[in-house]
Design a protein around this ligand. Sequence first.
Ligand code: C2E
Ligand code: MG
Ligand code: MG
Length: 727
Amino acid sequence: MHDPTIELHAALETFPAGISLLDADMRLVFANKEAREALGVAATFAPGVSIEAIAADDTLPGLAGAIADALCEGLGAEPKHVLRWRHDDGPTLEVITVPVAGGGFVTTYTDISNRVRSEALLAGQAHVLQLIAQGKPLAHVLEHLMLLIDGQVDGIRSSVLLLDAEGKHVKHGAAPHLDPEYCKLIDGVAIGPGVGSCGTAAFTGQQVIVTDIATHPYWAPFKDLAAAFGLGSCWSTPIFSAAGKVLGTFAMYSGTVRAPSQHEQDIVEVATRIAGIAIERKQIEERISFMARHDALTGLPNRSTLSETVAEAVRQAQVSGRWASVVFVDLDNFKMVNDSLGHAAGDALLRIMADRMRASVRTGDTVVRLGGDEFVIVLADQAPACESLRHQVEQVKRAICEPVTLGERAFAITSSMGIATYPRDGADADTLLANADAAMYRSKQGGRDDVRFHAPEQSPSSEDPLALRIDLQSAVARNEFVLHYQPQIDFATGRVVAVEALIRWQHPSQGLLAPATFIGTAEETGLIVPIGDWVLKQACCQAKAWHDAGFASLRMCVNVSARQFRGDGLVRSVVEALAESGLASRFLELELTESLLVQDTRSAIATIEALQDLGVAVSIDDFGTGHSSLGALKTFPVSRLKIDKSFIHGLAQQSGKAVASAVVSLGHALDLMVVAEGVETEAQADFLASIGCDIAQGYFYSQPQSAAALECLLAKQGDGTGMRGAA
Ligand code: C2E
Ligand code: MG
Ligand code: MG
């Protein structure tokens, strides 16, 4: 017999959503299979049980209680009551209750998990996109994205790896649910065909589905690692930029051995798209910020970064107790190159110079292009010693003036530099920059191709002679002097035959001071005597050391001042210095000035003769600036004449040439060797050689340098190339 009620029951029982019926007294009179499961009464259900009784059973999920509460409050004006319900890891249900016409209520239970998930996915995507738009750090954005993805698919741990700029290695991006230890181990892996799922996907640009890590050949090298972290399968998909460049990979790891479902593949789509946007956006940001902070022509950091870089170097130096220096560099005659060879050549030259400067400093140092032909080098973390600073700067200077070939033309470009050093020339970035700039300006003014240190115009001690005296006294005690050496070159062979020792004072607060700032006071106070003794000893020991190092026959020239010469101690000091150092006397030469000789001719002759008896040579320094007649030279048994640099600088004029020629021939007539001081240009050198001058000294060949730097120079000429305008 056809019974519609039974048929309806049967149909409702298997209906793919839950449905239940309460009578007017709130007794559960009907509940199909899905509804019984939702209420938790599947096994015990007996029609007619009151909903309150079900609600009171606290072993059940509690949905009955929630429905009862809603009904007790009354539906009010609402035609229906809607409730979202989720118990533990179960599905999310939408529970809708509506009154029935004759009293009672009907309730439906619908699984809306998928809808909830896709809503969450949409909201999550919006949130991640918002993070991207807000410029949040990439790691933060990717972390959120991965959390979103992992919330969408059960049992999946997902990760993003980023491809490095060279496109060779992957680095960690985000993987909130993977073991950090595992992430660390794959960070930096080189990509390639058959390198795991991600290494392969990044390399080929194709999705790589590995269903069983334990057996797949791509995973052979990593399979134990993966097993240790409970990873069964790994599906990796490349992340692309808008232009189709691989930016990284997105991977889903499952603990089980399987392939992804369609739903999971859909999620992969979303993840790779958003990750691509995030990564590309970050790269664009980085490029923009790089462009804002770098010079387009040379790729060097630009002016905007300078104060910050100097301030950082100063901060480091404050902590470490070391030095930091700012070096202003201006290329000499750059405008001429630009004007005569054209702007393209000028640009090429600037690029070459930028590369050379960058290559000649250490990694922690920074070369900044200010604009035009002006650069600033920030030397960080320096040893607190003028010699090494000078050495560093000279290295840059040498690199700049290596010959350049542009098109058909080969030439060399010189530079003018100014240096200011923390702590002695300023305590902050602005002061250091201003002082280095001023020093560079002086080096330009002084005729270019020069390195100038910051020299305070009004240093405390030059303002206050007493302070200078006191300082100088303690300088002797504290051994604050150093010798620099300037080579003398034989015109005939082009080789270094002698060096002149030139004293510098490493002042504790004012830096390296030139002799002009303190020799006068040293003479007045008599301190020149102990200082002079120190110079003699130091110079003789250095000469002996060079002889022992294989530079035999190198002569050492030492300046002697009037005060030293006048007393009777000079000969004794010389004897001591020679004895202590073991230097043979014929390699020592003392430089005296004319004025010193004319003061007390008789005793001067006696002293010089005593020195000659020892085998020590004597030369006349700064010849031409004193008042002695050339003829008077005959009186003194000297062996060399050093023509003062003012004559050499006068060579540009015809009259200057005539004077220099006269001095050279006169010196030769008196059987004296003639040394030209202050040779700065090739033209001067050529002219002096043409008039038979014997020896040259000057910046054209080399600045006075530290012992270590000079030794390098000597070692270089060991190959027989000689020296011609090496400076
Ligand atoms: P000087 O003996 O005539 O030394 C040569 C000076 O000319 C040095 O200056 C040197 O750096 C500089 N010079 C070298 N080549 C060139 C060049 O091509 N162009 C120019 N414009 N200058 C060049 P510095 O080192 O400043 O010494 C200055 C003076 O101080 C020396 O003149 C010397 O009279 C004196 N002096 C240096 N060391 C000592 C020392 O140990 N004892 C004494 N008593 N006097 C010293
Ligand atoms: Mg001299
Ligand atoms: Mg001189």
